[in-house]
Design a protein. Structure first.
Length: 276
């Protein structure tokens, strides 16, 4: 019941428009029922049924609790790629959740996926801080101009006034950089995807995912990714994701690893976007 209440409290994303003819309330009720079925199946040890129920709920609404549960289940059944994907989704909704961070680090370690070094981007320059940095920079700018008019008529030593002006300009430049950096991270988040190994023709998950030189199954592999590795999809000049549709309607993305050392094409079934 506590999980159900948590889902009600944090499921805030808008419901998709594919279910025409149904109201948002109807779709949310369907998502809620699917979530409840997932909780029961999880408690009964029926992981496959629980995953299917949670995935149904996730197609209608999002919450950190829902994606966290999905990640835990995929980890239990050994699907490290999808476990990492859903931990990333959960952390976007609950960025300060220590349990989610610990679980993500654990599955990366077990799957032998390189763990990115923590940078200031994670806390200070997150996409959600763009508005804050713009507000801080604008406030500093106008306060600095007002203070500058006062300093021009003050009796303070010239060197002190120059120091104050220099500090003000430094803060303005830093604030502008921080806003730009947060915006850049927002773009990178849109491009972020997780390599996930789908079932092959033999009904088994391949150990590696091929990044091909050109789009198409018949093309030579340019590099390989482990299931669970984070990649970024390239963008075209119009800032849309770089993709190619083959005659059989498969969608291929041109992507590169976080280090930039691996680059190539893979299908949308092998590269699942964090923001879908």
């Amino acid at each position: 019941m506590s999980r159900l209440l948590a889902f009600l409290l944090v499921a805030t994303s808008p419901l998709p428009s594919f279910a025409e003819g149904k109201s948002s309330e109807d779709l949310f009720y369907v998502a809620l029922m699917a979530f409840g079925e997932g909780v029961k199946a999880d408690a009964a040890g029926d992981f496959d049924k629980a995953i299917n129920s949670y995935e149904k709920a996730a197609s209608l609404a999002h919450s950190a609790n829902l994606h966290g549960n999905l990640a835990n289940l995929y980890f239990k059944v050994g699907d490290h790629g999808k476990a990492i994907l859903h931990y990333r989704k959960a952390l976007l909704l609950a960025p300060d959740n220590r349990e989610l961070k610990a679980n993500l680090a654990r599955v990366r370690e077990i799957a032998e996926i390189p763990i990115p070094l923590r940078s200031m981007d994670d806390s200070y320059f997150a996409p959600s801080t763009i508005g804050t940095w713009c507000w801080i920079t604008a406030t500093l700018f106008w306060l600095g101009l007002f203070a500058g008019l006062i300093l021009m008529r003050s009796l303070l030593p010239t060197t002190l006034r120059i120091s104050i002006a220099t500090s003000w300009l430094t803060l303005i430049v830093f604030g502008a950089y921080a806003a730009w950096r947060a915006d850049h991270n927002a773009v990178m988040l849109v491009r972020e995807a997780v390599a996930v190994a789908p079932l092959n023709t033999a009904g088994e998950k391949p150990s590696m995912i091929a990044l091909r030189r050109y789009a198409g199954d018949s093309n030579e592999a340019n590099a390989e990714l482990k299931s669970g590795e984070i990649v970024h999809i390239d963008i075209d000049q119009d800032s849309t994701l770089k993709e190619h549709r083959t005659p059989d309607s498969d969608v291929w993305y041109l992507a590169r690893s976080q280090s930039g050392g691996k680059k190539g094409w893979a299908t949308s079934k092998e590269l699942l976007k964090v923001l879908d």
